[in-house]
Design a protein around this ligand. Structure first.
Ligand code: FAD
Length: 502
């Protein structure tokens, strides 16, 4: 904190980035500091529309169960508010069915996990509204500086004391890009705590160099995945079925596609491919690509869908973790949250949930004694623990698709991956293994759950059975299936959802 403010006893925090992590960081800080200033590069749009600062927002975004719980713990009622704004709640695997290497998942009526699916502007808009409302009802004052960019940190190698900012769009001569005068002069905001929530483009490693600190250790596992997404509207009730469909990559299948409902009766179709299999972004190429993914089902829906957006692409999808939780890797007064800390291959749909879990970890660290010497390191370790499960899952799954030094997995990881491949083979048809897998995937149980002796025996001793050849139209009773009465490949699998037959 600056000397003047410190002398006045004022505790001021600055959050860099007013996206999802930034807004959830604000909620974590309420009641623990006197003032929070959010520095956001963009101007927020009116309504739920795309903005430049979150370029990935054009693509499919689902919130998993673990993330929803964290979101509601931080901002009670937010999941319901998302639903009220049109977000769709998809029970897994009933309403969002996945194709695996052994066939389609059976559509159990499991009711343990939901995905909340909406376009990203809706998610960000609702979370921002609720965070601003929570701040208005708190004794902490909140100031949001829009169109303002953080350009560096103040302090020294041992302590961050604030943020250097400037008005966005200003040039060196004091004018905005449009020629009007702007308050361009760089200025500093002092703070007892700075939270970097600036997303994938975080400049903290460079800012560390200016403070005389070494960059944090960085780990990257990049399967080179690219996304292409288009929004559609079904053309009529007899057209595409009302069921989300996920065709991921699996060994031997480098291309995937996901089709999910979002608000306002619209559906999002995201195609993806690993390096060498990137989906095109022209209309024809995009449609043709969907015929080449691991199953023809989604391609068969296209005649029943009307496009309502262009095709948008995205390529920066690596798993990248900056190890700020290592001893001494954050100076006092500084915490890194969200994608600035850890990004994930988006096909696993975990990034936003990890943001919410990380913000909750930050709040809990504040609740257990407030800002104190050593707080930054402690909070950063808690944020890292909140990312661990998603990180190890994503990195383990992606390792087979990468080359170079990052492709080398230790013996333990190799053994675990072979076991997990077999687990996933069972997961599609076995209700017990399927439920355990979803608990971990949805971030409500630790990955160690998958290694319990009871489950391991089931994975290793039972023969692998194929899943249905097409998505089931009928939902199966999970109880019947657990008693061995349901079928993966027989009576309950009625007419397939081939194009137009639903
Ligand atoms: C293609 C794709 C699909 C995805 N799908 C899913 C999914 O299905 N489910 C899921 O949970 N996650 C998904 N994710 C991950 C998710 O998008 C991120 O985890 C999430 O956006 C992280 O939030 P954040 O606030 O950390 O970063 P962002 O949402 O990127 O926000 C960063 C904010 O910081 C601002 N900013 C940046 N630099 C500065 C600066 N210098 N000064 C001031 N402001 C700054 C930006 O304008 C922006 O507002 C996906 C990611 C990608 C790439």
């Amino acid at each position: 904190m600056g000397e003047t403010a410190e002398a006045a006893g004022e505790r001021h925090a600055v959050v860099i980035g007013g996206g999802l992590a930034g807004m959830l960081a604000v909620t974590a800080l309420l009641g623990h500091v006197d003032t929070v200033t959010v520095v956001e590069r963009d101007r927020y749009p009116q309504g739920h529309v795309f903005r430049k600062g979150v370029p990935q927002a054009r693509h499919l975004h689902v919130f998993l169960t673990g993330g929803q719980r964290a979101l509601d713990a931080l901002l009670p009622g937010t999941v319901q508010a998302l639903t009220d704004a049109g977000a769709r709640t998809l029970h897994l695997p009933r309403d969002l069915v996945t194709r695996t290497g052994v066939g389609w998942q059976r559509r159990f009526d499991e009711q343990r996990h939901t995905c909340v699916s909406a376009t990203r502007p809706v998610i960000d808009g609702i979370v921002r509204d609720r965070a601003l409302r929570a701040a208005a009802g708190s004794k902490t004052r909140l100031e949001v500086l829009e169109a303002t960019e953080a350009v560096g940190l103040t302090g020294d190698a041992g302590r961050v004391t604030g943020v250097r900012i400037r008005t966005r769009g200003a040039r060196d001569d004091g004018q905005r890009a449009d020629g009007s005068a702007a308050d361009t002069a760089e200025r500093s905001i002092p703070a007892v705590l700075v939270v970097d929530a600036s997303g994938r483009s975080s400049k903290t490693p460079q800012w560390y160099a200016e403070l005389g600190r070494p960059a944090p250790r960085e780990e990257t596992v990049d399967a080179g995945i690219a996304y292409a997404t288009r929004i559609f509207r079904p053309t009529g009730p007899a057209g595409a079925p009302d069921i989300g469909v996920n065709i991921p990559h699996w060994p031997g299948n480098p291309r995937g596609a996901v089709y999910v409902p979002v608000e306002d009766g619209k559906w999002l179709l995201t195609a993806s491919g690993i390096r060498g299999h990137h989906p095109p972004t022209d209309d024809r190429g995009f449609a043709d690509f969907t015929a080449t993914v691991g199953d023809p089902f989604i391609h068969g829906l296209l005649p029943h869908l009307e496009p309502v957006s262009p095709v948008h692409g995205f390529r920066d999808t690596s798993n990248r973790r900056r190890h700020y939780e290592r001893p001494g890797a954050v100076p006092e007064g500084f915490v890194v949250l969200g994608d600035a800390n850890c990004t994930f291959n988006p096909v696993y749909g975990q990034g936003m949930s990890v943001v919410a879990l990380g913000a909750l970890a930050l709040r809990r660290t504040l609740e257990s004694g407030g800002l104190r010497p050593g707080f930054a390191g402690e909070a950063q370790r808690a944020v890292a623990r909140a990312s661990d499960a998603a990180w190890f899952g994503a990195v383990g799954a992606d390792r087979p698709y990468v080359s170079g030094p990052e492709s080398r997995a230790g013996l333990l990881e190799r053994l675990t991956n072979r076991y997990l491949q077999r687990f996933i083979g069972h997961m599609a048809v076995d209700p017990v293994l399927g439920a355990a897998f979803r608990d971990v995937f949805c971030l409500t149980a630790p990955p160690s759950r998958l290694l319990s002796p009871r489950l391991a025996l089931r994975v290793l001793l039972r023969p692998l059975r194929p899943g249905p050849g097409t998505p089931q139209t009928r939902v199966e009773s999970v109880r019947r299936a657990a008693r061995g009465r349901g079928t993966a490949d027989g009576a309950e699998v009625t007419a397939p959802h081939s194009a137009g037959t639903d």
